[in-house]
Design a protein around this ligand. Structure first.
Ligand code: NAI
Ligand code: MG
Length: 368
């Protein structure tokens, strides 16, 4: 059997800086755990534009379709603000998401105990928190027709349409149930079936997929507004939450901020299963290219490192190794190792991007 394959797209700004630390971690898994990836690296965003005149070369797109998983840093920067919309760095990322048809966006909210003080919620509400929001990403009200601003009589009307087909609901539900089986085996589906027909269909289809294909997974339903309340009141009641594009946009941002800083947040976008049974997958930190700190060695590499941990768990079935990597991050944070973005008023001196990488590698080594 060939090695699992990874395409690495560092991108712009702090993208290459944080990705350099991930590369060291990938190498560590190869030499110390015998888990060897076929890694290829290519350009995306402004870095690709500088060389090819396009933010994503066709060859790179083809490669992305062929590998087991894509790991991306970040794209964009002030240098590219003047470019035409069609070749802006973000277009490279959007093309990847669209052509790979990545319909399930995964955003974890995980509390690293040493950072529990960062939360706006009480410590015991967030300590140990580990939930996953699955947001439908390619349909719903952001895409439905009709849409536009029209004139009706003597005033204008703005229209967007919430539209979901049964198959669109079923496939994102399957993503959520598959994830739940690798986690706490519990899914809560959120919609507004009380006031929206699309919500009635959503609830019905999710229940049917559960009953026919995932009878072992625990499923509950909640109205999305009640879900927002429950997320802030007692988030630990949830394991996996599955919801539509609009509610997911709001709920995933809300859930992410329960635990903390942009420099800590990973994400994944998954599509249909490939011939080998693995879903098409793109892993990336939630943050952007951070031009204000780029080139200064200040960036926190943890969001990108945790994105790789998600790849281990969800693309490569290496949950125990993902646990090992997450535990290493927990350990260095508990020891007080902090990049500048994780410093609070009490002071102390921050470590650099590379020093954070060193500390995590040290913790991995200590885990053997
Ligand atoms: P940003 O996420 O790049 O930065 C926001 C703030 O958070 C900045 O102060 C930055 O220094 C800080 N920050 C972000 N990541 C950090 C990390 N790992 N360690 C320490 N501090 C970190 O968002 P912003 O400033 O709105 O956008 C900057 C550029 O990035 C723009 O060109 C934007 O279009 C692009 N962008 C790209 C994204 C992507 O590639 N997925 C997502 C968001 C923005
Ligand atoms: Mg949002």
């Amino acid at each position: 059997m060939s090695n699992p394959s990874l395409l690495i797209l560092p991108g712009d700004g702090i993208g290459p800086e944080v990705m350099a630390e991930v590369r060291r971690i990938i190498d560590w898994f190869g030499t110390r755990r015998g888990i060897v990836f076929d890694v290829s690296e290519d350009l995306v965003g402004g870095a690709a534009y500088d060389v090819h005149g396009t933010p994503l070369h066709d060859d790179t797109m083809t490669k992305a379709q062929e590998v087991d998983a894509v790991l991306l840093g970040a794209v964009g920067g002030p240098k590219y603000d003047v470019l035409d919309f069609s070749v802006k760095p973000e277009r490279g990322l959007l093309r990847l998401r669209k052509e790979m048809d990545l319909y399930a966006n995964l955003r974890p909210a995980q509390c690293f105990d040493a950072l529990a003080d960062f939360s706006s919620l009480k410590k015991d509400v967030v300590a140990g928190l580990d939930i996953m929001i699955v947001r439908e990403l390619t349909s719903g009200v952001y895409f439905g027709e009709p849409r536009g601003i029209f004139t009706e009589g003597n005033e204008r009307v703005g229209i967007n349409t919430q539209r979901y087909t049964e198959s669109e609901i079923a496939r994102v539900a399957r993503s959520a149930f598959e994830l739940a089986r690798r986690r706490g085996n519990k899914v809560c589906s959120m919609e507004k079936a009380n006031v929206m027909e699309s919500g009635i269909l959503w609830r019905e289809v999710v229940q049917k997929v559960r009953d026919e294909e995932y009878p072992d997974v625990d499923l509950s339903h909640m109205y999305a507004d009640a879900g927002a309340m429950q997320l802030t009141r007692w988030p630990k009641q949830f394991d996996v939450i599955v919801t539509d594009n609009l509610f997911g946009d709001l709920l995933s941002d809300l859930a992410a901020m329960l635990t903390g800083s942009l420099g800590m947040l990973p994400s994944a976008s998954l599509g249909a299963p490939m011939a080998n049974g693995r879903p098409k997958a793109l892993y990336e930190p939630v943050h952007g290219s951070a031009p204000d700190i780029a080139g200064q060695g200040k960036a926190n590499p943890i969001a990108c490192i945790l994105s790789f941990a998600m790849a281990l768990r969800y693309s490569f079935d290496l949950g125990a190794e993902a646990d090992r990597l997450e535990a290493a991050v927990q350990k260095v944070l508990a020891e007080g190792v902090r990049t500048a973005d994780l410093m609070q008023a009490e002071g102390g001196s921050p470590v650099s991007t590379t020093e954070m990488g060193d500390a995590i590698l040290g913790a991995l080594e200590a885990s053997l």
